[in-house]
Ligand binder design. Structure first.
Ligand code: DAH
Length: 338
């Protein structure tokens, strides 16, 4: 007879069942007591060697314990199955508050570009693009820029090994477009331009320009002023005073610079406008006859105006940004403000 204290066995096995915590361990506990060679099984097997009296007493007690343990193990197993068949490692506490998702947003230059496009599209302009890599013909010759013009100098222009260059302005697209499309036409050309420049708070070597071109039979500076004035009103969302002053560009005649009155000081003169009361935002003019000729159009048949805005400049004025280098700095303290 195996001498085993059934009370102790009960205590011990109960504790182990409660502590098990996983199906695997519970199965082991079950095997340890109720398996073929389990502690309780051995007790039951050894009953035959006992006297009748003792067999009855120990047998009843052992059988009760067997039922008790089976039930207890089943209950525990049921509890575990309720938690699901998910592994412990996959278990998720769904009551923990969620992590906030950080969604991206548009870059201030993209926002500005889209706003400009929307305004011009509503006035009947199409949005047209051209290549960043240009040749000398479109970037300079076709635009009536003489061979000895300083802008062609290696200091201003990035020349590439393949005899092309990075366009220094969006004006070449005027010619590219007029070669393929007959007037009347109204286009704007958004795009990057590149200049071999030292950078500071108001100079970058990569800029974003918006070129404008309107050609028809009877176009004058009055049309230019009307369109540009309407653009300013809608872009800055207030009434804007602006002025045209004579300037020089080889591809327009006459040429102008366009300036708006300084918001910061109501044109009294401050550090933003460098004491002048005006902020220059664009170059413009009436399309030069040679540009029409180079675009395979007969100059006397057509009239047109063109302008070139700096997008960074517009964004800097609208959002009060004081350093042009911030746009491409990747600095999140700046970008997250938009
Ligand atoms: N392309 C000139 C520049 O980058 C800007 C410009 C001036 C564009 C006059 C024009 C224009 O279309 O008519 O400085």
């Amino acid at each position: 007879m195996v001498k085993i204290d059934l009370k102790l066995l009960k205590k011990e096995s109960e504790k182990e069942i409660e502590k098990a915590g996983s199906i695997e361990l519970l199965n082991e506990v079950s095997k340890k007591y109720l398996g073929k060679k389990g502690k309780l099984t051995l007790v039951l097997r050894s009953l035959a060697g006992l006297s009748q009296n003792e067999r009855k007493k120990v047998g009843t007690e052992a059988n009760e314990l067997k039922i008790f343990l089976k039930e207890k193990i089943d209950k525990e197993l049921e509890k575990m199955n309720l938690v699901g068949s998910v592994n412990e490692s996959e278990w998720i506490d769904i009551t923990i508050p969620g992590k906030k998702m950080h969604s991206g947003h548009l870059h201030p230059l993209t926002l500005t570009k889209r706003k400009v496009e929307e305004i011009f599209q509503s006035m009947g302009f199409s949005v047209v693009e051209g290549p960043d890599m240009e040749n000398e013909w479109y970037n300079f010759d076709a635009l009536n820029i003489p061979k000895d013009h300083p802008a062609r100098d290696v200091w201003d222009t990035f020349y590439l090994r393949n005899k092309l260059l990075l366009r220094t302005h969006t004006s070449p697209v005027q010619v590219r477009y007029m070669e393929k499309n007959n007037p009347p036409l109204r286009i704007i050309v958004p795009g990057n331009v590149f200049r071999h420049e030292a950078t500071d708070a108001s100079h970058e070597f990569q800029l974003f320009q918006i070129e404008g071109l309107m050609v028809d039979k009877n176009i004058s500076v009055a049309n230019l002023k009307a369109i540009v004035g309407e653009f300013f009103r809608r872009f800055f969302e207030k009434d804007i005073k602006f002025r045209l002053r004579p300037d020089y560009f080889p591809f327009t005649e006459p040429s102008f610079d366009i300036a708006i009155n300084c918001f910061a000081c109501q044109s009294k003169g401050c550090s933003v406008c460098k004491g002048t009361g005006w902020l220059e935002v664009a170059g413009a003019g009436m399309v030069h006859p040679n540009v029409f000729k180079n675009s395979k159009l007969i100059p006397k048949d057509w009239q047109g105006w063109a302008f070139g805005f700096g997008l960074e400049r517009l964004a800097m004025i609208k959002y009060k940004i004081n350093d042009i280098r911030l746009f491409r700095s990747g600095d999140l303290r700046f970008l997250n403000q938009f």
